[in-house]
Structures are given as structure tokens and as C-alpha cells.
Design a protein around this ligand. Structure first.
Ligand code: HEM
Ligand SMILES: *[C@@H]1O[C@H](CO)[C@@H](O)[C@H](O)[C@H]1NC(C)=O
Ligand SMILES: *[C@@H]1O[C@H](CO)[C@@H](O)[C@H](O)[C@H]1NC(C)=O
Length: 494
């Protein structure tokens, strides 16, 4: 099929979608609304493409910047064929997230729901969402993080880091993905690298992810069609794991104390097989795409900030020294809590790196805000990264400055301008796990290596976070107590 034909078909498909979207949403049944300013007119797909245009993840992108300059922080547009209110207003965004189920609710685009599954938590609202969410929350509770995740995170991190070769160029993004993927499949389904299904799952997952970020056209040869096929294969692999587990439980075999997600859902009284598989797939997606991105971002930002690497190294060398004196080896929860500067580095990395830029919601009532009407039924897109890049909230928002968090901690008790993990009733249940993964990985990284970029690269929002070249780095092993000499310019603040 030629490209032109494909484009023609996609234009036609989108035009039809837009037609129906307009018909169903109408213009509010004749009521006089004072809508936020913006452009709704043709060319409609043009706006969606402009909005979705890849841009540096430390920015909001040209389209949003220009719209803000023209219309202000709240504006309207056509996105994915639907009339949409976009907000870069941190106060409004907080209201949107906090009033989930009352004024606004989650509104996952159909194409994403089709790939993730209709029972994916990312696509659900109401009671069923609450029920599935409580399983996720329980899976990653603080007790589980302490007793069950911490040791594994450390083992996986050490294993990955030990496999790095000095002076060779390799993709830090791939390494981070391998780490986070290995951790998730182990805790979801007790799968490990020695099993052939694990490698197959990794391959399929790769194709699946490509489709997530593509134009949703279910035609032969498209990335979207391939992703749907990969989804089927992934569900088959997961289904086999589920069957094995159910058989084991029936036969009352040994080894049932396995504390993975499968164990807790396979005996769940009300969940269907379809729901269980969608839950595990969306946990695999939500739990490794993001945390691996966070680790890659830390590697990227720190590489340009030797002063922060030095301070991190001091913090972690001290922890390691005390452990050695006490004859301990593995990191424990107290060690983690002591990593004060590391937490500032994590906060700063998530602030400037912006793994998730925006969310999808819709108004379920007519809502008034700052003199504007948001009509019931309209899509609402809170751009959560806007608060992180707002110069009235963060001084020199473009500079990577972990030290700023000390001042923030001293002056504000609860920082409501951190939205990396969303907020309100849908706040990311994996936030603590992700931070723990980052901290433990950084502990071993800074004690083992010095690193530099082998090629220029930077984080891009596609809108999924990625490094165009995969973040190629080279590492130098640190010997004993040797303190590495810095050989990069200091581009960060203090
Ligand atoms: C730095 C890493 C991470 C970031 C930035 C992140 C961010 C987010 C965001 C923005 C949401 C959307 C919530 C909404 O719609 O309002 C979310 C939801 C979710 N995240 Fe994370 N996340 C991260 C790591 C993780 C990890 C490690 C897991 C573990 C499995 C996880 C599991 C989930 C789940 C299950 C949801 C759906 C929650 C719901 O719908 O109630 N995330 N995350
Ligand atoms: C890596 O490169 C450095 C300097 O170029 C050299 O001193 C070192 O021996 C090399 N290491 C290995 C393992 O090749
Ligand atoms: C990092 O941000 C979180 C969320 O706002 C905050 O609770 C925490 O105190 C911050 N940590 C540091 C070290 O700044």
C-alpha cells in the first residue's frame, strides 16, 4: 500500500471520527457557554499532530507554548477528533485530579484502551477501577516494598551494573529497561531470565510499545496492527502462567507461598480471566516503562552535573562504610531513608524529566473555572508537567538543580506542585516503588562507576519518554576509595 493511500484513508477515518464526536457532543444544547479561547476549526487532524509533535521532555513543546502565549493557560482545541479543554494551570490541574468522579473522570482514548485492554486500570472508572486499584496498591504496599521488593531491586541492579564493560559504548536506556522489566516480571508472575518465555515476552512487549505511540490505524503493516497482534501473544504467555498457577493451587503443590501478583489474583473470588490478564499487562506497562525512564533520566542529568554526582557518592559511600562496619551487606529500609540528597536528586530528575506530560480526563458535569465554562462531556487534558516548568514556581526551571529541594523542604510542608505521579484518587500507586528503584540503582551506580555520554542525546516526549539514540554512554570503573576526577564542564546549578 502506498503512503498516499494510507494517508488518504487515515484522513478519511479521522474525519468520520470527528464528525461523530461533534454530533454526539454537540455544542451544549443551545446553552450559552463562555468557553476558554482557542481554535476548533479545520484542519482538525493538524492540531492533533501539532499537539503530539515530539519535543524535549524538559519543555511543553511549541504547540502548547504558542497556544499559551496566544490564549493563556486554559484553552480549547480539537484533540483526537474531540472538543478538548487543555490546561497548563497548576491550580486547575490539581482541581481536575482531586475531583475525579465528582466533576471530572478518567477518559482514556479508545486506541489506548484497545491495546491495553478494556479491563486495564488505565481505562476504567468507578467501582471496578477502585477494586482493581486496591489490588495494585496492596501489591506495592510499604510493607511489601521493605520485605519483598528491596532485596530483589538490589540484586537486579547489581547484576545489571556488573554486566557493564568499561570503555564500551552501550545504551543506558536499554540497560534501565532490562532492569525494570526483569523486576516487574519477577514480581508479577515469578518469571526470570532463565525462562525462554521471558525473552519472548520482552520481544513482544517491544512491538507492543511501538504501537502505543503510533497513529491508531488498524491496517495491515501498521505499528498499531502489530501492537494488537503482540498484545494477543503477550496475553497468551501470561495466560499460560495463570493456568500453571491455578493448577498448582488445585494440586496444593509446594511453593505456593510465592508472593507475586498472580498468586493474589488467581484466587480472587470475583475477577474474570480477562480482567486478570489485562491487569497484569497494564501493571507491566505502567511499572516498567516509567521507572526505567526515570533511571535513564537520572543518568542523563547527572552526567552533566558532576557536583551532584560527587555529593551522591559521598552520601552512598558513607552508607556503605557504616554497613561494612556493622558487618551488613544488603541495603535495608533505614539505609534508604537516610539517602537525603538522593531523594532531592530523584525529585529534581522527575521534575525536569517529565515522564508523563499530560493525562486524559473528561468533564462529567458543567464546570465553571476562572470565568470559563467547561461543558459536561468535553474532554479535558491537564498538562501536569506545566507546574514543573513554571518559572513562578521553580526558579530557573530549565536548570537541573537538586539543591533547590532543600529550600523547598524548609519552606513548604506539602509541595502540591509536584505532579509527576498525578494526584487525587488515581495517584500512581507505584510512586514509592519507583523511587526505591531509583535510589537503589543510584547507590550502586555512583559507587561503581563514573560515566559520560558517548554521543549527544537528550530526553524527548514522543509523547512517551524516550532518548532518540537510546542514551549511549561509556563507563569507567571506580577502584576502592579512589575519587574520580571530573572531566566534564559543570552545567548545573548549586
Ligand atoms: C517514575 C515512575 C513513574 C511515574 C512518573 C508514574 C506516573 C504515573 C501517572 C502520571 C499515572 C496516571 C494517573 C492518572 O491517570 O491520574 C500513573 C498511574 C499508574 N501507575 Fe505509575 N508511574 C511510575 C511508576 C509506576 C510503577 C513502578 C508502577 C508499578 C506497577 C506504576 C503503576 C501505576 C498504575 C497501576 C497506575 C494506574 C493507577 C490508577 O488508574 O488508579 N507506576 N503513574
Ligand atoms: C579504558 O580506557 C582507559 C583510558 O583510555 C584505560 O586506561 C583503561 O585501561 C581502559 N580499560 C579497559 C578495561 O580497557
Ligand atoms: C520530594 O518531593 C516529595 C513530593 O513533593 C516531598 O514529599 C519530599 O519531601 C521531597 N524530598 C526532598 C528530599 O526534597
Amino acid at each position: 500500500m502506498t503512503l498516499e493511500l494510507l494517508l488518504l484513508i487515515s484522513t478519511a477515518v479521522i474525519a468520520v471520527i470527528i464528525f461523530f464526536a461533534f454530533r454526539s457532543n454537540g455544542n451544549g444544547g443551545g446553552k450559552a457557554y463562555k468557553l476558554p479561547p482557542g481554535r476548533m476549526g479545520l484542519p482538525l487532524i493538524g492540531q492533533t499532530i501539532a499537539f503530539m509533535q515530539p519535543h524535549s521532555s524538559a519543555s511543553l513543546g511549541d504547540f502548547v507554548d504558542q497556544s499559551m502565549a496566544r490564549y493563556g493557560k486554559i484553552f480549547r482545541m480539537n484533540l483526537l477528533g474531540k472538543p478538548t479543554i487543555v490546561s497548563t494551570d497548576p491550580d486547575f490541574n490539581r482541581l481536575i485530579l482531586q475531583s475525579e468522579g465528582r466533576l471530572f473522570e478518567n477518559s482514556c482514548p479508545t486506541s489506548i484502551a484497545e491495546i491495553m485492554g478494556r479491563w486495564s486500570m488505565l481505562a476504567l472508572v468507578g467501582d471496578i477501577h477502585r477494586e482493581l486499584r486496591s489490588i495494585a496498591v496492596n501489591f506495592m504496599s510499604n510493607v511489601k516494598l521493605r520485605t519483598y521488593f528491596l532485596g530483589d531491586i538490589e540484586r537486579q541492579a547489581v547484576k545489571i551494573l556488573d554486566s557493564w564493560t568499561e570503555n564500551a559504548t552501550f545504551s543506558a536506556q536499554e540497560a534501565a529497561k532490562k532492569f525494570a522489566f526483569g523486576l516487574m516480571v519477577k514480581h508479577l508472575m515469578s518469571m526470570d531470565e532463565s525462562m525462554p518465555e521471558t525473552e519472548q515476552l520482552r520481544r513482544e512487549y517491544h512491538a507492543f510499545m511501538k504501537g502505543m505511540a503510533s497513529i491508531p490505524l488498524n491496517l495491515p503493516g501498521t505499528a498499531y496492527r502489530k501492537a494488537l497482534q503482540s498484545r494477543a501473544t503477550i496475553l497468551k504467555i501470561m495466560g499460560q502462567k495463570l493456568d500453571e498457577r491455578i493448577t498448582k493451587i488445585r494440586e496444593k503443590c509446594e511453593g505456593l507461598e510465592e508472593d507475586d501478583l498472580l498468586a493474589s489474583v488467581s484466587t480472587h473470588p470475583t475477577l474474570t480471566r480477562e480482567q486478570i490478564l489485562d491487569l497484569i499487562l497494564s501493571m507491566l506497562f505502567a511499572g516498567h516503562e516509567t521507572s526505567s525512564g526515570a533511571i535513564a533520566l537520572a543518568i542523563y542529568f547527572l552526567q552533566a552535573c558532576p557536583k551532584a554526582v560527587r555529593q551522591l557518592r559521598e552520601e552512598h559511600a558513607e552508607i556503605a562504610k557504616l554497613k561494612k562496619e556493622r558487618g551488613e551487606t544488603a541495603l535495608n529500609w533505614d539505609d534508604y531513608k537516610k539517602m537525603e540528597f538522593t531523594h532531592a536528586v530523584i525529585n529534581e530528575t522527575l521534575r525536569l524529566g517529565n515522564i508523563v506530560h499530560f493525562l486524559h480526563r473528561k468533564a462529567i458535569k458543567d464546570v465553571q473555572y476562572k470565568g470559563y465554562d467547561i461543558p459536561c462531556g468535553w474532554e479535558v487534558v491537564p498538562i501536569i508537567s506545566a507546574a514543573h516548568l513554571d518559572p513562578s514556581i521553580y526558579d530557573e526551571p530549565q536548570s537541573y538543580n537538586p539543591w533547590r529541594w532543600k529550600a523547598i523542604l524548609a519552606t513548604v510542608t506539602k509541595n502540591s506542585n509536584v505532579m509527576s505521579f498525578s494526584g487525587g484518587p488515581r495517584l500512581c500507586p507505584g510512586a514509592e516503588l519507583a523511587k526505591l528503584e531509583m535510589a537503589v540503582f543510584l547507590h550502586h551506580l555512583v559507587l561503581k562507576y563514573d560515566w559520560e555520554l558517548a554521543e549527544r542525546d537528550f530526553p524527548v516526549s514522543f509523547p512517551f519518554l524516550g532518548f532518540p539514540k537510546g542514551l549511549p554512554i561509556k563507563v569507567k570503573r571506580l577502584g576502592g576509595n579512589q575519587v574520580a576526577q571530573d572531566h566534564y564542564g559543570d552545567r548545573c546549578s548549586s
